[in-house]
Design a protein around this ligand. Structure first.
Ligand code: EPZ
Length: 428
């Protein structure tokens, strides 16, 4: 297992290009199951979760050919309706194959995703929606078994604006009989991107990006080409890296309007943030001010940026309260930050962070994708060397993060486990 070794306190300067959004690419790839002609996707990030989804789609009967950041895909026949546990447990987002399988092929057997480092991750709202659309759903021996000769349109009110739940139900509704209305739908940009792709393929969807999405079922979809939107969480991660090092970083090829809750918080903390058409430039003071953060569904502050923001607050001036209001336990990065000297007290969904003048580099352990990103941000500001183990978590959602950070002047190296890596400015 590789490790990432960082020698901190190097102000980051320069520009970095953002890759395509993992959380847009995954449901868009899964929508190939809905059938119709060949589709060509561009700006698909080369990350492990995308490879995993491609493997799963192949098992189900799709052909998915990747060439760099370009993917050509189609599905003319079902090979199997089953998404197996040993694959689903490595990527919870596999659950988004459930809706398309039901809608196009009438059956699905998908392993329950199981919990992960950030919570139990239930899918009850997905399943209740499918039942409303006429599917029979049972859960046995850890698998969701769903059948529906023909889904029918329904009015579905979600208890919580679940992102993949909205995506799953929206895809299923594309081929259902009649009209489906999803109330309290999630509004994330990734949902808007999925809807835009489906509409290009002939789906009839209105209201994506609002909390009321209406889908009128059609008989079949056709092929289409699509350029995946940039990854707002990757963009926010590089802004946090610039902010914590007192740097001057320009994030290119992004959508500033998708980052507004994050850039507002960075400005509140004292950073100067200038938005271009497809870029955001951040210049930070030597030390930021503490700010309070509460995560919230989009357009609120993204839970996927919480760990990165907490790292920033560990060296800010003052005390900040960080509230994780989306997942039930997403503070697993706290003990690792404390190993670096951070002063953090967790009480339920709140973490009180007392900003210290410095963090000290230390050997730490990555636990999930975004916690790992938070440790990298902290390591960039820490005195001395931070050695992050289990970086395979990072590879799930960040394309070449060490290379991109080196391009900003970070002293960061990826080392094979068992060898001592000394981070240098090499390759800046
Ligand atoms: C998506 O996960 C993202 N993943 C997550 O990003 C992101 O953190 C999350 O949305 C919130 O923004 C993908 O898009 C692939 P949810 P998802 O369903 O859809 C509860 C990353 O790092 N809930 O919106 O699984 C749930 O327990 C990942 O890229 C139910 O109770 O999140 C949680 O508390 C991590 N029942 C809350 O809703 C359900 O049926 C939000 O979950 C579904 C969800």
């Amino acid at each position: 297992m590789d490790r990432i070794v960082i020698t901190g306190k190097q102000p980051l300067r320069g520009s970095v290009k953002v890759s395509g959004a993992k959380n847009a690419a995954l449901p868009i790839l899964a929508s190939v199951i809905l059938g119709g002609g060949e589709c060509t996707l561009t700006n698909v990030p080369r990350v492990v979760d995308v490879f995993t989804m491609g493997k799963l789609l192949g098992m189900l009967g799709a052909t998915v050919q990747a060439d760099g950041n370009r993917v050509v895909m189609k599905m003319d026949a079902l090979r199997s309706p089953e998404a197996p546990y040993d694959l689903v447990r490595t990527m919870r987002a596999s659950v988004v194959v459930l809706g398309p399988l039901l809608a196009r092929w009438g059956e699905a057997t998908v392993s329950l995703p199981g919990g992960c480092a950030i919570g139990s991750r239930p899918v009850n709202l997905h399943l209740a929606g499918f039942e409303k659309m006429g599917a029979t759903v049972t859960v046995e021996h850890g698998y969701i078994k769903a059948k529906a000769p023909r889904l029918k349109g329904a009015r579905i009110c979600l208890d919580f604006p679940t992102v993949t739940g909205t995506e799953n139900l929206m895809m299923a509704a594309c081929l259902a009989d009649g009209t489906t209305v999803i109330e309290n739908a999630a509004k994330e940009p990734e949902i808007v991107d999925l809807a835009a792709f489906l509409v290009k393929r002939g789906a009839r969807i209105a209201g994506a990006g609002s909390d009321l999405v209406t889908i009128e079922g059609v008989k079949a979809l056709r092929g289409a080409d699509h350029d995946v939107i940039p990854d707002r969480i990757e963009a926010g991660t590089y802004l946090a890296a610039g902010a914590i090092t007192g740097g001057d970083v320009s994030v290119e090829d992004c959508r500033p309007q998708h980052l507004e809750a994050v850039t507002a918080k960075l400005r509140e903390a004292g950073a100067e943030v200038v938005e271009g058409k497809e870029s955001v430039r951040l210049r930070a003071p030597a030390r930021l001010k503490s700010v309070d953060v509460r995560t919230y569904p989009y357009p609120g502050f993204a839970t996927d940026m919480q760990a990165q923001m907490m790292a920033l607050m560990c060296v800010a001036q003052g005390t900040s309260v960080i509230t994780e209001a989306v997942f039930e336990s997403r503070f697993i990065h706290v003990p690792e930050l404390q190993r670096m000297g951070a002063e953090i007290k967790v009480d339920g969904s709140h973490a009180v962070v007392t900003g210290a003048a410095r963090l000290a580099g230390a050997p730490v352990m990555a636990s999930d994708l975004r916690a790992s990103a938070g440790l990298i941000v902290a390591g960039l500001a820490a005195e001395g060397e931070t050695d992050i183990a289990r970086v395979y978590h990072l590879d799930r959602g960040y394309e070449r993060i060490d290379e991109k950070l080196r391009g900003l002047g970070a002293r960061i190296m990826r080392v094979k486990d068992g060898s001592s890596g000394v981070a240098s400015g090499a390759g800046a």
